[in-house]
Design a binder for this molecule. Structure first.
Ligand SMILES: Cc1cc2nc3c(=O)[nH]c(=O)nc-3n(C[C@H](O)[C@H](O)[C@H](O)COP(=O)(O)O)c2cc1C
Length: 152
């Protein structure tokens, strides 16, 4: 085993955001990427209306420490674990935290693999999460997304 991968969905606590949503996202991503640069953690964060879905990859210790920090973040609640397992490779090797806001539902309406991410009462399955994140990982690899989205 070389790497560890964790993926989870959490509900956003809107009452705990102190800034406007765009400012909160920008400030949080800056913080996340700075922190992940120092711990060697990479991954992706998708915002879906009332939830975020995040995937974290790296050495097991730093990934698990990061999961613990996110779990204790007051801006999130009802964390649901989706993937927790060793991994031979990273899906997002160059992304300190790839981010996409899917709340408008447009991307999800055009891609069947993104549809399960849209808010629904049931849990997101491991296979659904892998398909959705692999979609973005594939686009990054194929160079279809710009460098600005690589977040390096
Ligand atoms: C949706 C979301 C995702 C986060 N992802 C990460 C992450 O990947 N890495 C990280 O270090 N912190 C992440 N954080 C931030 C932590 O939850 C926490 O705010 C931070 O580690 C606290 O750092 P501080 O003690 O330096 O203030 C995330 C926060 C939110 C709201």
């Amino acid at each position: 085993m070389e790497f560890y991968r964790a993926c989870f969905r959490s509900k956003i606590r809107w009452d705990k955001l102190r800034l406007s949503l765009p400012d909160e996202i920008e400030k949080t991503l800056l913080h996340i990427r700075r922190s992940n640069r120092s711990t060697g953690v990479t991954g992706a964060l998708l915002m879906v209306d009332q939830h975020i879905v995040q995937i974290l990859e790296g050495q097991p210790g730093p990934v698990l420490d990061t999961v613990y920090c996110v779990m204790n973040d007051p801006r999130l609640e009802d964390i649901e674990g989706i993937i927790h397992e060793p991994a031979d490779f990273r899906l997002f090797p160059n992304s300190l935290m790839f981010f996409r806001d899917l709340s408008d539902g447009v991307a999800a309406s055009q891609n069947a693999v993104l549809r399960p991410l849209l808010d629904h009462p049931g849990a997101l399955t491991r296979d659904e999460a892998y398909l959705a994140f692999s979609h973005f990982a594939g686009e990054l690899q194929a160079g279809r997304l710009t460098n600005a989205m690589l977040m390096i």
